[in-house]
Design a protein around this ligand. Structure first.
Ligand SMILES: Nc1ncnc2c1ncn2[C@@H]1O[C@H](COP(=O)(O)OP(=O)(O)O)[C@@H](O)[C@H]1O
Ligand SMILES: [Mg+2]
Length: 220
């Protein structure tokens, strides 16, 4: 099972929006193989899931401390786990981050958000030693702010070239426990999410391939 953790200590940056969209994109591609995970039963992810008509992907509410025990059960049933996190001290997710195949960090284009990222989120991510990517979230295209934020982030790590734009449809879909992939499957929002999911997958596969290569090398 591949574990994808969506993390940023700042609230309102689009973590839950990206988590549920990535999970539904993965579910549409691999039905029955995806599980969502959240530690907070009062979170916006749980609210969204409760409002859903579809029962997939399932949501597992698991406390941070329980994760290590529950993870093998989930791993025996699912291929992808998407872990949403709260706007809280990222340090509490330290152990979960260590088991991540990829950490996705949504960032809203703004100097304040980049500063808070450097102070609160990145040190914990770097300490985990796991691969991570930045994803621009709630962004407006063709703005100087977007260009300068992407440049600033690229000094710290990989910046996904697919941008999750500010779209009313994302917020609207949240009301009905839905996603743009389900509401407007041939729209631009659905397209950007499928592109993002392909990028996420490529980062995970890259790691698997290099791990296999390394294993091969060790056996020669
Ligand atoms: N790309 C987007 N375009 C428009 N609204 C968005 C977008 N991403 C998130 N939102 C809205 O912004 C608010 C905060 O998003 P959310 O995903 O809950 O952030 P977080 O989980 O980081 O706190 C929600 O009302 C959500 O519907
Ligand atoms: Mg959230």
């Amino acid at each position: 099972m591949k574990t994808i953790v969506i993390l940023n200590s700042k609230g309102g940056v689009g973590k839950s929006n990206i988590t549920r969209h990535l999970a539904v994109a993965a579910e549409q591609e691999s039905p029955g193989m995806v599980v969502l995970c959240d530690t907070d039963p009062q979170s916006s992810l749980a609210d969204w899931w409760n409002a859903r008509t579809s029962e997939t992907p399932p949501l597992a509410v698991i406390g941070v401390a329980e994760f290590a025990d529950k993870q093998p059960v989930l791993a025996s049933r699912f291929q992808y786990l998407f872990f949403d996190t709260a706007a809280a001290d990222a340090k509490q997710y330290g152990d979960i981050l260590k088991s991540a195949d990829l950490i996705v960090i949504p960032v809203v284009p703004s100097p304040d958000d980049v500063r808070s990222l450097n102070r609160l989120t990145l040190p914990v991510v770097k300490e985990s030693g796991r691969p991570f990517i930045f994803v621009l979230s709630k962004a407006r295209l063709a703005t100087q702010l977007l260009v300068s934020t992407m440049a600033a982030l690229s000094e710290h790590g990989t910046v996904c070239q697919t941008i999750v734009q500010q779209r009313e449809g994302y917020a609207k879909a949240a009301f009905a426990g839905s996603t743009l992939l389900e509401d407007e499957p041939s729209g631009k929002g659905a397209e950007e999410i499928r592109e993002l999911w392909n990028f996420v997958k490529s980062r995970i596969d890259e790691k698997t391939i290099s791990a296999k290569k390394l294993k091969g090398m060790l056996h020669v």
